[in-house]
Design a protein around this ligand. Structure first.
Ligand SMILES: Nc1nc2c(ncn2[C@@H]2O[C@H](COP(=O)(O)OP(=O)(O)OP(=O)(O)O)[C@@H](O)[C@H]2O)c(=O)[nH]1
Ligand SMILES: [Mg+2]
Length: 428
């Protein structure tokens, strides 16, 4: 079944022409869909949702026909003849936002739900879509407005006895707000992980077992493994999930100086991958330990990437899997061949990603949300610093609110004025 959906003021005219008459609102109506000459293009279910009780808040008609591309095209064409036009990407949801059916964060959650790559990301998007996150935002903003009301009243009416600044209460309220924003920021970062995951590059000298480790993580034989040093040439990518967190694992060519041209290109590519990594797993053969060459490789890793040392082939020396924190950083002992230590590695990768297992609280934040929350956080910190200076305090609070309001897309200075005057009867 394919659906043609029409929204807007032309909907009634289109419905009447295509169906012969306007279907009963919110009822499934079986009807022929007619072309310009009154011939049936298809016969299917029509659904009519009069404004404002529809997804977009406008008149909406859905024509469910047989989903063949030609049939769908003919129905679409007929609608266009009757004055409709083809929608722009996201236009239905955009209209829903403009008509206040959804706020901005919810509108974004629609896209996130559609694009979700894992079940937990989908659940998280659904929580945002249902407005749980927006409600939290709104309640934070409400607290912020409450505090601003106090502070601004102090500024505007100094003769009134509103002791906001010396007031213990305002300090506690500010701290409460900061805690709220910090929590949202943390949970948003968790959500970002659920959405985009972590890019992990496996690096090290040839033959240490990088490809074997990729295969172990992937749970299948993806990369070629041989005892020949320099087996892997091209970077090989594998997307896996650990506890619902997507991990993008890249196996690379063993890093060494080489006369072989193809291998040299591979090493070059390996470095390119390393430069873009969120995390680098630096592997070594436990029989050799970490050598001066490995240290030199480590020194060339980008600073922003977190790193993990892995001593592989523990089976060959009869060692049990182990996690150690050394001066070099965290070092795992494991065997890519037997799989011993796999769980340690998975846990460590999640830890490096910053995941602390809060799937239920996480919200699928976008960069925009995190950026705005980060800004709000900064302004609230500055507000705490400036607390004795009412003007500065007021300004930082205003900026914090502006940042938060960007998230749900409902910034308006009038909101604040309304709040102030509805709460204080200062006109006396
Ligand atoms: N016993 C044992 N052998 C291993 C282990 N991991 C890898 N090997 C062996 O080591 C050899 C090299 O493994 P690869 O996974 O191809 O190593 P690589 O780091 O990808 O090598 P290049 O692609 O050449 O850089 C193969 O013969 C593997 O079977 C391990 O944990 N234990
Ligand atoms: Mg390899």
């Amino acid at each position: 079944v394919g659906v043609v959906r029409i929204s807007g003021t032309t909907t009634v005219a289109v419905a009447t022409a295509v169906l012969g008459k306007l279907p009963q609102p919110r009822h499934a109506t079986l009807a022929p869909f007619l072309d310009g000459k009154g011939r049936a293009i298809d016969r299917g279910i029509a659904l009519f949702f009069p404004a404002p009780h529809s997804y977009t808040g406008e008149d909406v008609l859905e024509l469910q026909g047989h989903g063949g591309p030609v049939v769908m095209q003919l129905i679409l064409q007929r609608c266009v003849e009757l004055g409709a036009r083809v929608a722009q990407p996201g236009e239905f949801t955009k209209r829903a936002f403009l008509n206040e059916k959804l706020d901005l964060a919810q509108a974004e959650a629609v896209a996130d739900l559609i694009e979700a790559a894992t079940a937990s990301a989908a659940r998280s998007a659904m929580r945002s879509l249902s407005g749980r996150f927006s409600e939290e935002m709104r309640s934070l903003v409400q607290d912020l407005v409450g505090l601003r009301t106090l502070v601004e009243a102090c500024l505007d009416f100094p003769e009134e006895d509103v002791d906001a600044l010396g007031n213990e209460d305002s300090g506690a309220r500010l701290e409460g707000l900061r805690a709220g924003v910090a929590s949202l920021l943390d949970r948003g970062r968790q959500g970002r992980l659920m959405r985009s995951g972590l890019h992990v590059v496996l690096a090290g000298r040839p033959n240490v077992g990088k490809s074997s480790l990729l295969n172990l993580l992937a749970g299948e034989e993806r990369a070629i493994v041989t005892s020949v040093a320099g087996t892997t040439r091209d970077a090989l990518r594998e997307a896996i999930q650990v506890q619902g967190i997507p991990l993008h694992i890249v196996d690379t060519a063993g890093l060494r100086e080489t006369g072989d041209e193809v291998e040299r290109i591979g090493v070059c590519r390996a470095w390119k991958e390393i430069e873009q990594a969120d995390a680098v797993v630096l592997m070594a053969d436990i029989r050799e330990g970490i050598t001066a060459t490995d240290e030199r490789i480590a020194a060339q890793l980008p600073r922003a990437a977190s790193r993990l040392w892995v001593l592989n082939k523990s089976d060959l020396v009869g060692r049990a899997p182990l996690r150690e924190e050394t001066q070099r950083g965290v070092t795992l002992t494991l065997s890519a061949k037997t799989g011993e230590g796999l769980e340690l590695l998975q846990q460590e990768l999640l830890r490096m990603a910053g995941w602390h297992g809060g799937e239920e609280d996480a919200f699928l934040a976008r960069e925009r949300h995190l950026e705005a929350l980060g800004r709000a956080n900064g302004h609230l910190a500055a507000a705490a610093e400036h607390r004795p200076h009412a003007e500065l305090l007021a300004e930082e609070l205003r900026l914090a609110q502006e940042a938060l309001n960007e998230i749900t897309g409902e910034f308006s200075a009038d909101d604040l004025l309304g709040e102030i005057f509805s709460r204080f009867c200062i006109g006396k």
